[in-house]
Design a protein around this ligand. Structure first.
Ligand code: SLL
Length: 157
């Protein structure tokens, strides 16, 4: 497929996690008693009108080995994983792009390292009663010399 020279398209993205302290009513019979938090790690485009689904085959979230099936694979939005646990660790978020002929050339898989936050950054700042913590970061995906098809997907309104 043809690539469009001297063009690069950047797509603002956000990723990160929310966490709250587990309360008794949130616990399920299967929740291990040493788990203290419930958290959600996610990836998404910043702008709602950008649809990456034709480009993305799946998003994988690689959790700590203490979790069963640590590599969680999400094929459709919302690209997110909710879990409970007791500790902070690094999560590898990997975007796997479609590589079928229609797209011409596959865009390189993109990896994000996110440090899961359960505890507030600054211990002197009072936390909300539910202990809610948000750690959200912004970045951009850059498509250099996109194929016609990728260009069309990323620029259509
Ligand atoms: C720490 N290096 O020691 C980190 C590891 C791992 C946290 C944290 C899993 C719970 C489960 C969980 O919370 N792991 O096994 O279900 O702080």
């Amino acid at each position: 497929a043809r690539r469009i020279k001297h063009i690069s398209i950047s797509v603002p993205i956000m990723y990160g996690n929310h966490a709250v302290r587990l309360t008794d009513d949130m616990r399920k019979p299967t929740t291990p008693p040493d788990h203290t938090h419930e958290w959600t790690v996610f990836f998404k485009p910043v702008l709602n009108d950008i649809d990456l689904t034709p480009l993305i085959k799946k998003v994988t979230f690689k959790l700590h080995e203490t979790y069963e099936n640590p590599v969680r694979s999400i094929e459709h939005p919302p690209y997110q994983v909710t879990e409970t646990g007791w500790g902070e660790f690094e999560i590898i978020i990997k975007l796997h792009f479609n590589s079928n002929v229609e797209f011409g050339i596959n865009e390189k898989n993109f990896q994000i390292f996110h440090a899961l936050k359960l505890h507030p950054f600054n211990p002197q700042v009072p936390v909300k009663p539910d202990g809610e913590v948000n750690s959200v970061l912004y970045d951009e995906l850059v498509f250099n010399e996109p194929t016609d098809r990728v260009f069309e997907i990323l620029t259509r309104k």
